[in-house]
Design a protein around this ligand. Structure first.
Ligand SMILES: [Zn+2]
Length: 68
């Protein structure tokens, strides 16, 4: 999990832009047990990383989204 924690940040280092850039989170794939997100640089649209959300984290996210 440790590696993925970093990808939750709103900005990631981009090799093309040579600096930390704000990222756009794009939902790539929805599966019954997990969702895969792509993180795109807002400067050059390069993919800076991906994150899988599954298991308890996904259940929690879906549960929270139902709360008022
Ligand atoms: Zn970039």
């Amino acid at each position: 999990m440790g590696q993925f924690e970093n990808l939750r940040a709103s900005s990631l280092y981009c090799n093309k832009c040579r600096q930390a850039m704000p990222v756009r989170q794009k939902l790539l794939l929805v599966l019954p047990d997990k969702e895969i997100y792509d993180y795109l640089c807002t400067g050059c649209a390069s993919s800076l990383g991906q994150r899988e959300v599954g298991g308890g984290e996904l259940l929690m996210a879906r549960h929270q989204s139902r709360l008022p």
